[in-house]
Design a protein around this ligand. Structure first.
Ligand code: ZN
Length: 199
């Protein structure tokens, strides 16, 4: 404890962010005090503006500045091909490859009995609704290659089986087991999509 309350308050808030421990928070706070005041204010106001104005797309669950995101409103994107991801950050990784021309569906997590997350906590009904409404031809399951991600993919594949015309595919196993999609480089992700196989 530094006994400087202003510092302690700042460290406390920073340390609440994911993967930031007290040590890192203190280092960041000490960096902030040395920063140009305008830059610090810009940082604070951009965080606030992001929080106040960015929303989740009402269709795909991706990040957006309006009710429906630019990908969902893009008439050149193929609405009959949906790539299903766990989180928005995974969408960014797939999108970065520039290969996939369909649309996305963000589940908002994965089935995790240990964390008490079941299918009802995910945006699965919304996905089913879109498949029926847009006559979707292919669903690419791009969940993470870990136990919960695999469980989620298996659950979805079973749940979507009754759409007899629907092709259900899964990313190729190019992504090393246990590695999260968010850490996959562009080439690895590209190969994983290109080499996707039917389930
Ligand atoms: Zn969207």
């Amino acid at each position: 404890m530094s006994k400087i309350k202003l510092l302690e308050d700042c460290v406390y808030e920073l340390a609440r962010l994911p993967s930031i421990g007290r040590k890192t928070a203190t280092r960041l706070a000490m960096h902030i005090i040395r920063m140009n005041a305008d830059d610090v204010h810009k940082l604070a106001s951009r965080i606030t503006a992001f929080k106040d104005n960015a929303v989740f797309c009402s269709v795909c669950g991706g990040l957006s500045e309006s009710d429906v995101c630019p990908i969902c409103t893009d008439e050149y994107r193929d609405k009959t091909s949906i790539c299903v991801v766990e989180e928005v950050k995974d969408l960014f990784v797939v999108e970065q490859t520039g290969y996939f021309k369909g649309v996305y569906h963000v589940l908002g997590g994965k089935i995790s009995p240990l964390e008490g997350i079941g299918p009802d906590n995910l945006r699965i009904d919304e996905l089913i609704g879109r498949i029926a409404a847009d006559r979707v031809k292919e669903v690419i399951l791009a969940t993470n290659p870990d136990v919960d991600g695999e469980t989620t993919a298996t659950y979805l594949a079973r749940k979507l089986k009754h759409f007899t015309e629907l092709k259900i595919t899964k990313l190729a196993s190019g992504i090393p087991l246990g590695t999260h999609i968010e850490y996959a480089d562009e080439m690895t992700m590209l190969r994983a999509i290109e080499g996707r196989r039917q389930v």
